[in-house]
Structure formats: C-alpha cells, structure tokens
Write a protein that binds this ligand. Structure first.
Ligand code: ARG
Length: 639
C-alpha cells in the first residue's frame, strides 16, 4: 500500500530554494514533494491544497490534503488509521526548507505551517532589491483576450461601460503583472442597423456633409436621438434607412465614408474617457469580424449544430429555453453571430488561451450560450499546454455563477488544456434613490462630466486640507491638478472595484471621497504618510536597501505586517482565479490597517531599530504602490 513507503526518510530531499511564485505556490511545491514520497502511486493525481490559516494562532498557512487522501486510501491495505495519521505522514515527509519554521497537526489532520522569520526577512529584502515582479504568481497561460469597455457607436457610453472599463482594465493589469500577454479588446458596437438611419439622416440633412467635417453631425447623441425619432415616426424614412443599411453592408463607398465619419466622432469621445483613466485598449469592433461570419456559420452548419426555426438560423443549446439566433430571418447577422466569429478569431488567429468578457450580468445567458456553442463545435479542445507550469491546484477557482463555460476551473498540469471562456458579469450602479444611476431624472450621466466632478470635488478638499495645515504655499498648480486627478479618478475606480462585482452599488461622491474608511482617498493618504515618515527620517533608503541583512522582524507587529506583505502575490493569484478585483482592494485596506498596527506600537524614527523599520515602511509603500498599479490608481507621494 501507499502508506508503507511513507516511512523511508531517505527519500526526503531538500528542495532547491525557489524564489519565483506566490508563497502559496512555493508551499504547494513542498507539499507536492511530500505527497510524492508519502503516496507514490496517488501523488500525480492529487493537487496540493494550501491556504492561509484560519486562525493566526495556529500558523500562517495550512495544508488540507489529509482528509480527502484518507478517504482514498482507507481500507485499501493501508497503515493509516485516520486522517490525522495521513496528515502526520505528509508533515513528516515535507522536504527540508528555509521557508518553514514549524509545522503542527490540528483537528482531523490539518497541517499548520508557520513561516520562518529569517525567510520572511529575506523575502522582504528581496522585494527591495529585485522589485515585486519575481513574486508574480506563475500562471499556466501565455496569452489572454480581455474584451471590455465595448460601448456602442453613436449611443451613449453609460456607467455600465464605465464599470466594464474599470474592471476590465484591472483584470488586464493583473494578468500583465503575471507576465501574461493581454490583448485588450474594445468590442465596440459599430455595425448595427442603427447605422442605416444615421447615414440616411446625414445624407438627407446635409448633402454637403463631405466638406463639413464633424460639424455635419454636431453632437452625436442628439443626432442619434433625432434620427431615431424620425425612424420611428416616418415609415418612408424607415424604408430608406433600411435600404441604406443594405448599401453600407454591400460596401457602397459613400456609405462607408459616412459610417467612418460617424465612428470617428464616437471614438474621440470614448478616447477622452480612456485618457483620463489611463486605460489602454485596442479597438476591434463588431465590423472587424463581419467578414468572418459566413465561414464560421458554414462550419457550425457542417457540424450539424444549426437549425432553421421560423426563418432564422438557430443553435439550440441544451439547458436554455431560447435558441441562440445566429442569422435573423431577414438574412442579417446579429450580436451572437458576431460574437461567434470574434471568438473563433481570438482562439484560432490570435491564439488566446483565455477569453474574458466583461459586461453586466444581464448578458450572462448570451455568453453562456455562445460558450456552449463553441464547446459543442469542439473549438475548445485544441489548445495544447506546454506543461511547463507546475503546482497549479484544482480548487483555486471559485464556483461563482458568473464564471460560465468551464466553470472557471484551471486545468491540472501537463494535461491537454481547454481554452477557457469566462464571462465576468457585474451588477448595476445605483443612484441615491436606489434606481439605476442617472444625473437628472431622465438624462443619462455623461461619463466625462462625472469624472470631472470627482476631480473637482477632490481638488476643493485637497486645497482645504492644505490650507488648514498651512501647506498650500508648497504646492504648485500642476501638483494640485495631478493630485486631484489621482484622488478623484482613483476614488471612482476604487468605489467600483472594492465591492464584489456581482453586487449592485450606490454611486455617491460623498462616500467615495471620504478620507476615513475603505476609500481610495484614505489609502492614498496612508501611502503618502508612509512616504513622509521615510522623508522625515532624513535617511537615504536606497543606501539602506543596498546593505543586506538590515531588515529584522523582532516585534510581533512587525511579523504580522511582514506576513501580510508576503501574501501579496497569493492575493493576486486568487483574484485572477476568481476574476474578483475586490480581493485586491480588501488586501490593500488590510495592509494599511496592519501598517497602522505596526506604526502605533513600534517607534520608527529615532528608535534603535530605525534602519530596519524604515525598510519595513519602504516595503509596505512599495507593495501598496503595486496594488494601486493593479487597480489602475496613481499613487501620491505626498498629500
Ligand atoms: N457593446 C455591448 C454593450 O454595450 C458590449 C459588448 C461586449 N462584448 C462582446 N464581445 N459581446 O452591451
């Protein structure tokens, strides 16, 4: 049986000190080694389960493999009497390592792991010397598509698109931090029937539009509204608009030019928002995929997936009441056919291994059907994992409802891995009246105005605080503007990211700009305060950093803070698995609380431990900045 070989202590070999990856990943590798020794026959099918300890008094991390393993081996000629004995064997066979100080068994077989003080000290010094990048969790994926923002041309870009922009940007940043190539895609709605009425209106109202530049259209939203009114009220215009669509889609040159002009105007407006928020995104709109649709549909037809129903071409997806319509009865393509073609392109041409869609939860059944259709077509089977990424556990991903298709599970190592399709759904933004967020009763909020208001309010408050402190004279107008943007836009982003994306949240300037509580303002102040402690010390941190062995963790509050700091990459790993940016926010807030605990019990400036503690301050500031970076928030060094 498996149990017998457990005893041979000779098999225990010291594992080389690996520095890349999250702490959880490093510990998982050690557990994997032990499992190989303890259960040579089973180990390759068992993923190490290592999680932070529930109770800090017992340890820092815990390994939970024993219970499930006992269930597998019991009765089968094994020497293990209970799960606790399994836990003890795994614990005993853990390789020699500088990571771990002590281990102990709790309850039915949990292995508690306490990290070693000197390893923690080294790890923190490593951040100071090499930066945080070598800590990035190792992900079993090289290229992903993140489809986010994706407003519709000529229609308004609303707060839903703002949420998509903020969440999608954060997810992209997290993957990028893990050295995964991200194709940030703006799937703008630039190919609907709405263009018929827009182009027709333009031609009829402004025969000279070609020579008038953007003036010919004026405010695009008003232009859209007027065209829509006419379309709904004037049947003859409607007729002409429908013919215009046909001409546009047939490639008529004049129509194409008009279409381009309209798209250009929208694009400028969208870009204004992306520039403010420092969001990088590349447009590949619906029109881009249009030429691919016929061949993709042919392919699905050949596989026998499609059926005609009431004149429309449909895919009936098990578990859904309505079919996925992929060609309308008038022969036109739609949102779903475009998404199928886009998905095909992303997987086959762009070779993305994960494709992530960030939209409101209202679209989850659309995506569930598209994903299922792709699965039925056999599209997902064909990506080969190089197998060079190890230590991925099976239970890393959560079962969130919004994680469709493969249920968000990352595949085990060295297996042929499927492409992963995930819908990242989010809830509504509400106004103070509890209804969908709008400025006035009917008008939709103009996003640029919203961002400006956040910035202006921040500016007023920053100015006031500086005045109170008598510090105003030390700030230039540019510095003030820079700070107001960081605080204002940061507040909008953070308010959005800090809630679990599936829940609705209420938009409130007062709340998001509160200097106390879990807000960007509070966190930006917290970071600036740490920077000011370092400045006030008058010490050259770079010099301290270059000297090895200065950082010491003697006080319990120092250790508590250090532990929180080294968990940073665990958090990123988990936030990516679950595609939940709020985990990074929770971490950042927790970190700033742990820093406060440390700072209120441990003297820094002028204390005998000053040099070490300044370094602890510096690491904290750097980890905070990395969190800000992942959240897309600009850090401030004084405030
Ligand atoms: N334009 C769509 C909307 O405003 C979002 C597009 C999302 N992406 C996609 N591939 N369907 O709701």
């Amino acid at each position: 049986g498996d149990g017998d070989s457990a005893a041979s202590a000779q098999q225990i070999k010291a594992v080389e000190f690996v520095k890349d990856g999250s702490v959880r990943q490093l510990l998982s590798e050690l557990v994997a080694e032990s499992l190989k020794t303890t259960f040579p026959d089973l180990a390759k099918n068992v993923a190490p389960v290592v999680v932070p300890c529930n109770n800090a008094a017992f340890g820092d991390y815990q390994c939970n493999n024993a219970m499930a393993l006992f269930a597998q081996v019991k009765g089968k000629n094994s020497n293990f009497k209970n799960p606790r004995a399994v836990g003890e064997a795994i614990m005993k066979n853990l390789p020699e390592t500088p990571l771990i100080e002590t281990t102990s068994i709790a309850g039915p077989g949990f292995i508690n792991i306490k990290l070693s003080k000197s390893w923690l000290e080294q790890r923190l010094e490593m951040i100071l010397q090499d930066g945080l990048n070598s800590w990035a969790p190792v992900l079993p994926v090289k290229r992903v598509v993140v489809d986010f923002s994706s407003p519709n041309i000529a229609k308004e870009m609303h707060v839903g698109h703002l949420r998509s922009t903020i969440i999608g940007d954060c997810i992209s940043r997290m993957y990028e931090f893990c050295k995964v190539e991200v194709l940030r895609r703006n799937h703008v709605g630039d190919w609907g029937t709405q263009f018929g009425m827009l182009i027709q209106s333009l031609f009829e109202q402004n025969p000279d539009w070609m020579n008038q530049g953007d003036q010919a259209i004026g405010d695009l939203q008003n232009f859209y509204k007027a065209a829509k009114v006419r379309f709904d009220q004037d049947p003859e215009f409607k007729e002409r608009a429908q013919q215009a669509v046909v001409r546009l889609q047939g490639g008529d040159e004049q129509s194409r030019l008009a279409w381009k002009r309209i798209c250009e105007i929208s694009r400028k407006e969208f870009q204004e928002i992306y520039d403010k928020l420092h969001v990088q995104i590349e447009e590949k709109g619906e029109s881009f995929y249009n030429p691919l649709i016929p061949s993709v549909l042919d392919q699905l037809n050949e596989k026998g997936l499609t059926e005609m129903s009431e004149g429309a071409l449909c895919i009936f997806v098990p578990g859904h009441n309505v079919p996925l319509i992929v060609r309308k009865s008038d022969g036109g393509f739609n949102y779903a056919s475009t998404d199928l073609a886009a998905l095909w392109y992303r997987m086959k041409t762009e070779k993305a291994e994960h494709v992530i869609y960030v939209t409101d939860v209202g679209q989850s059944s659309h995506f569930a059907m598209v994903f299922k259709a792709a699965e039925m077509a056999g599209w997902l089977e064909e990506v080969q994992d190089d197998g060079d990424v190890e230590g991925r556990d099976e239970d890393g991903a959560s079962g969130y409802a919004a994680v469709a298709a493969n249920n968000g599970k990352l595949e085990g190592k060295k297996e042929k891995s499927k492409v992963q399709l995930r819908h990242v759904g989010f809830g509504l933004v509400l106004g103070s009246d509890g209804k969908r967020f709008r400025t006035r009763s009917t008008e939709v909020v103009r996003l640029a105005d919203l961002l400006d208001e956040a910035k202006n309010r921040s500016q007023v408050e920053i100015r006031q605080r500086l005045e109170e402190r008598g510090d105003l004279k030390n700030w230039t107008e540019e510095e003030m503007e820079h700070a107001a943007k960081a605080v204002g836009y940061g507040a909008v982003k953070y308010a959005d990211l800090k809630v679990n994306r599936l829940t609705n949240y209420t938009f409130s300037f007062e709340q998001m700009l509160d200097t106390r509580g879990n807000t960007a303002v509070y966190l930006l102040y917290a970071h600036a305060r740490i920077c000011s402690i370092i400045r006030k010390s008058g010490k050259d941190v770079e010099e301290l950093v270059s000297e090895a062995g200065v950082l010491r963790l003697e006080h319990p509050m120092e250790r508590q803070l250090a532990l929180c700091l080294v968990r940073f990459s665990d958090v990123v790993e988990s936030a990516i698995n679950d595609l939940l940016p709020n985990q990074v926010c929770e971490y950042l807030y927790d970190l700033s609380c742990k820093f406060t605990d440390f700072y209120s019990t441990c003297n820094v400036i002028g204390s005998p431990e000053e040099r070490s503690r300044l370094l602890i301050c510096e690491v904290t500031a750097r980890v905070m900045r990395m969190c800000f970076q992942l959240l897309g928030i600009t850090p401030l060094y004084r405030l």
